[in-house]
Design a protein around this ligand. Structure first.
Ligand SMILES: Nc1ncnc2c1ncn2[C@@H]1O[C@H](COP(=O)(O)OP(=O)(O)O)[C@@H](O)[C@H]1O
Ligand SMILES: [Mg+2]
Length: 224
């Protein structure tokens, strides 16, 4: 058995190794990151530093120029299309910066799609703690930016993912609501033994996580 000195006496659920990526110019080089069950990790950095790109790589949506990402010791970029789809559908919960909610459907219908795909029931208490239980009949266009953001969180949590990847999930929220949403995410991570990687430019939010990294000068610098 491999006992670690930190609180996470467990094998990693996600390991990124030697990730290098560039679009027109280099974004980052040789990035390593390890996520354990019940662990929360924040990535901060100035706009344009590549945070969203890095999260897209960790969450399997973008193949890096170099490096590997392992989910439960499986190299995700070597899996078959179907294996990867299963992981994305069942195990990875991705909260995007843009919401990608289905317009033309109600809030409830958006959650029912998640319920249908995952076979997990919508949790009424979750909707209450996100303060969106009373907007379920409204169309997406009738929700505020903050309500849409909380609905995206609810949609992702409904499927009970093993890892949540969140890109600026509190960007549209006031201070109090942002804290409430973060607490809902933390609570979920602890109870479900899941892991969280969150990209944010809000340091106060970031430092609530177990670990904080800053994407700076092509590297992840650990601040906490
Ligand atoms: N698909 C893409 N094709 C080309 N350039 C991209 C693409 N996605 C992002 N970029 C560029 O990569 C840089 C980092 O973007 P991004 O990862 O969104 O940064 P951040 O999230 O830190 O603001 C930006 O200069 C952006 O224009
Ligand atoms: Mg971004």
């Amino acid at each position: 058995m491999n006992y670690e000195v930190n609180n996470h006496d467990s094998t990693p659920i996600l390991e990124a190794k030697n990730i290098t990526h560039n679009f027109d110019y280099p974004l980052f080089e040789d990035i390593n990151l390890t996520l354990h069950p019940q662990e929360t990790i924040a990535i901060i950095g100035v706009s344009g530093s590549g945070k969203s790109t890095l999260l897209n790589i960790f969450s399997s949506l973008l193949i890096p120029n170099k490096g590997e990402v392992y989910y439960n010791n499986k190299n995700i970029f070597k899996l078959s299309k179907n294996e990867l789809l299963e992981i994305r559908r069942n195990d990875f919960g991705i909260i995007f910066q843009a919401h990608y909610l289905f317009r033309g459907f109600s809030a409830l219908e958006n959650l029912q799609i998640s319920e249908f795909l995952s076979g997990e029931a919508i949790n009424e208490n979750l909707l209450k703690s996100l303060k969106i239980d009373y907007v379920m009949k409204q169309g997406i266009g009738e929700l505020s930016g903050g309500q849409q953001q909380r609905l995206s969180c609810a949609r992702v949590l409904t499927k009970k993912p093993k890892i949540i990847f969140a890109d600026e999930p509190t960007g549209n929220l006031d201070h109090e609501t942002a804290n409430e949403v973060i607490n809902v995410l933390f609570d979920y991570i602890e109870k479900q033994s899941a892991g969280l990687i969150i990209v944010t430019h809000e340091e106060e939010i970031a430092f609530k996580c177990d670990k904080v990294y800053k994407l700076n000068d092509y590297k992840l610098e650990q601040l906490k």
